[in-house]
Design a protein around this ligand. Structure first.
Ligand SMILES: Cc1cc2nc3c(=O)[nH]c(=O)nc-3n(C[C@H](O)[C@H](O)[C@H](O)COP(=O)(O)OP(=O)(O)OC[C@H]3O[C@@H](n4cnc5c(N)ncnc54)[C@H](O)[C@@H]3O)c2cc1C
Length: 349
């Protein structure tokens, strides 16, 4: 069978993209090997996503994933005291802390519910042909007129096509999940000489605790994991929000901002992290995935109808998102001046 569009990756970007294309009447195949999903980090969805989710008809699906309220942030950044930013004053209202695998699976169900076909398989290789593409999946070969790269930071399709990826300052998250009885509904952020910490209470009495450091420190700490808890014990505020014991399992993942040099080409397009990935300090990653998933789908719908200018418009939209993001993240890091002289902070302006 020849699909109109093959969407590779069923995170928030791929799911929204597949849903939007299916709603427009296109034959869509959504694939994901789901191997990494249970370890996917990134659980805080900002209230600004609410109008977009409403327009996409996704609010009931988000509720189905049973998120908990995120009522604001507490941050010790640029000064020792913990300042509160209450989302109640935000015109978009409060945000959510997500059970990430469940959230991703609910959005995927929302795409399937409107006609997208779903397969739990991996994309291995692609080849161009006269109709578009022949894609080798782990369960066989399919044809598609278009392919969307929604494979996250790995940007698997773009890489296979030889498109390079530009990384901003290196940043690695060293994170763990714990059981927690905490009633804290705000996320907590604290900077430290080596990087910055983050913790949030999640659904099902779980808590995420993450340290963000440069790549060299990250590989050192992964070799000697007791240092992670020593650094946690040395924080002023985060240590009071979680038990500073050595984690049973400490995970490591790239968290640096990055961007493809080209966000699309002949019959392909990248959305979400595959196109533009953000430093988690921005808290914008999932929102950007939802938004670019929608805009990418609209661009392909236009191109399939012969309106090639929709692709140029999509690139312009991504360009302005990237510029705004770079400006915002530089502003955040410049607001912390206490740790000048430490490599992590000096490398960030
Ligand atoms: C440490 C950290 C903390 C973060 N915290 C936040 C936060 O609090 N709030 C926030 O908004 N954002 C946060 N983010 C960012 C957020 O997690 C991402 O922006 C978001 O997941 C991007 O969604 P996506 O759909 O583009 O990609 P992903 O969610 O990464 O999905 C990509 C999918 O592609 C699949 N895939 C990959 N290769 C293949 C293949 N070959 N074949 C088939 N499938 C494939 C993967 O299995 C995956 O499911 C954080 C990121 C990091 C690293």
């Amino acid at each position: 069978m020849c699909f109109d569009v093959l969407v590779v990756g069923a995170g928030p970007a791929g799911a929204v993209c597949a849903r939007t294309l299916a709603l427009a009447g296109h034959r869509v195949l959504l694939v994901d090997d789901v191997r990494s999903s249970n370890r996917k980090v990134g659980e805080n969805l900002i209230g600004a996503a609410r109008p977009l989710l409403r327009d996409l008809g996704l609010l009931p699906w988000v509720e189905l994933s049973e998120p908990v309220t995120c009522s604001g942030t507490l941050s010790a950044w640029g000064e020792d005291v913990l300042r509160s930013n209450d989302f109640i004053r935000d015109p978009n209202g409060i945000g959510w802390c997500l059970d990430r695998p469940r959230f991703d699976s609910c959005l995927r169900e929302a795409a399937i519910a409107v006609g997208a076909q779903w397969r739990q398989v991996r994309l291995n290789a692609v080849q161009k042909d006269s109709a578009g593409w022949r894609a080798s999946l782990s369960d066989g070969v399919v044809s598609a007129r278009w392919i969307i790269d929604a494979s996250g930071r790995r940007s698997i399709l773009a890489r296979r096509l030889g498109v390079s990826r530009r990384q901003d300052s290196d940043l690695v998250a060293l994170y763990t999940w714990r059981q927690s009885q905490s009633q804290e509904t705000r996320t907590v952020v604290e900077s430290s000489p080596h990087g910055w910490w983050y913790t949030a209470t999640l659904p099902h009495e779980r808590q995420v605790v993450a340290l963000h450091v440069g790549a060299a420190d990250a590989s050192h700490i992964m070799r000697k994991q007791s240092e992670w808890s020593d650094l946690l014990a040395a924080t002023q505020h985060i240590r009071g929000k979680c038990e500073p014991a050595t984690p049973a399992s400490l995970f490591s993942t790239d968290a640096s901002g990055s961007s493809l040099d080209s966000w699309g080409g002949e019959r392909w397009l990248a959305v979400g992290d595959a196109a533009l990935a953000f430093d988690p300090l921005s808290s914008q990653g999932i929102f950007n995935a939802l938004y670019t998933g929608l805009r990418g789908a609209q661009a392909v719908i236009g191109a399939l109808a012969g309106r090639q200018q929709t692709l140029t418009k999509y690139s312009q939209q991504l360009m302005s998102i990237r510029e705004a993001y770079l400006h915002q993240v530089a502003h955040f890091y410049q607001a912390e001046q206490r740790w000048r002289g430490y490599p992590f902070w000096d490398s960030r302006g």
